[in-house]
Write a protein that binds this ligand. Structure first.
Ligand code: NAD
Length: 368
């Protein structure tokens, strides 16, 4: 008998239906949206037999796994409710809005009957897998520079009431678009010990959240990584340039260029007797197998296959906490004006978010 799948939130929920349609052993069993016209059209298009405008009613049905594709503020309560109802859950990014919510979701998943995963499709990219391997081989992290621009205009924010708000989206470019970048960084180099950041709203006066963010991540070893994110910049590709003790790696637009040091930086810094000497760098463009299945659809299909085979999800829910620590760390650092240690203080972030939601604390244009 096929695995009965339900989808809640029928915007990007469409991409879930398209991906799941192709997974043998999955039946598109139920769909849920609060807007009946969207629900009806969706169920007709994908021949889905059970339709709900109330998520809790969908959980009472015989559905066995659900995709959570609703606005950010619903991810935590809907994921927790579904896990408590014994369902497997695939939650869209971001995991939720605050690290406290993330803790509760992860704790619920630990004792749940169903499997729990999150959609972070950058991790499925062939270049990400190669970069991960190379970074692991490269030795201690030394430094890095990450930039990503995800241009979004005011019409984008006008699409939904929840967008561009602290209550609904939980932030701006950092929690929505760049959550993929924060996840990729955490996946590739792990979490830092401290975050210092500045945010701004440069070009979206109608929304209350950030469209520019610049931060410094610091490790206990002294390693530093500078991060620059925006939804107002354009024309520069996603670029991650990272140096380890043995290698330096440049990831740009899905291409990887590796430089191997001879000898390692730590050896050369200490033992090179030539005052202007430096290690040799041997450059190579790394081959990437672009034919491997990858992208958003593959992230969804891989989770479904894991549920069907009773295997661990490729990106478990707990991995979603990493980018939440970074995102909440950026926001807390900006509004407190200080360096924030990770893990982020849960209560402090809840208090700040309450103040942002109520408007007693605001992100000002420019002078923050
Ligand atoms: N992985 C990716 O690349 C990717 C891409 C797009 C969106 N997303 C994520 O997917 C989620 C949804 O984004 P979107 O762009 O589809 O948003 P959207 O606003 O276009 O769609 C959300 C849908 O949820 C419905 N909804 C709202 N409240 C509901 C409730 N209580 N019960 C049932 N349905 C409800 C709305 O009516 C709407 O149809 C977000 O978390 C977003 O970050 C991920």
């Amino acid at each position: 008998m096929a695995l009965r799948w339900g989808i809640v939130g029928l915007g990007i929920g469409r991409a879930h239906a398209q991906a799941l349609q192709k997974v043998e052993g999955v039946e598109l069993y139920a769909a849920c949206d609060v807007i009946p016209e969207i629900l009806d059209a969706f169920c007709q298009e994908f021949a889905i037999p059970h339709r709900f405008t109330d998520f809790n009613k969908m959980l009472e049905s015989e559905v066995e796994a659900v995709s959570i594709c609703t606005p950010h503020y619903l991810h935590a309560p809907q994921t927790i409710a579904a896990l408590k109802a014994g369902k497997s859950v695939l939650c869209e990014k971001p995991l939720c809005i605050t690290v406290s919510e993330a803790d509760e979701m992860i704790a619920t998943a630990k004792t749940a009957h169903g499997k729990a995963g999150i959609v972070f499709q950058y991790r499925t990219e062939p270049w990400a897998k190669v970069a991960k391997k190379v970074i692991e081989e490269g030795g201690t992290l030394v430094r890095g520079l990450y930039q990503a621009h995800h241009y979004r205009n005011q019409a984008y924010y006008g699409q939904g009431r929840w967008r561009g708000t602290w209550w609904g989206e939980g932030g701006g470019v950092l929690i929505n678009q760049a959550i993929h970048d924060l996840d990729l960084m955490a996946f590739l180099v792990g979490l830092p010990q401290r975050v210092t950041a500045r945010l701004a709203n440069w070009g979206h006066p109608q929304v209350e959240v950030e469209d520019l963010a610049t931060g410094v991540l610091e490790w206990a070893t002294g390693a530093q990584l500078a991060v620059h994110i925006s939804s107002v910049g354009l024309g520069a590709p996603i670029r991650f340039d990272v140096t380890m003790d043995r290698y330096t790696l440049v990831l740009e637009d899905g291409r990887l260029r590796l430089g191997r040091f001879q000898p390692t930086l730590s050896e050369d810094l200490q033992s090179n007797a030539e005052p202007w000497g430096k290690p040799k760098v041997q450059w190579e463009d790394l081959p990437i197998d672009k034919d491997q299945p990858h992208g958003h659809g593959e992230a969804i299909a891989a989770f479904a296959r894991a549920v069907l085979r009773d295997e661990a999800p490729p990106t478990p829910l707990s991995e979603g906490l990493l980018s939440m620590e970074l995102m909440n760390g950026f926001v807390l650092s900006h509004f407190t004006g200080r360096t924030v240690s990770l893990p982020v203080c849960r209560q402090e972030y809840e208090d700040l978010l309450s103040a942002l939601k109520s408007g007693t604390v605001k992100l000002k244009r420019g002078e923050g």
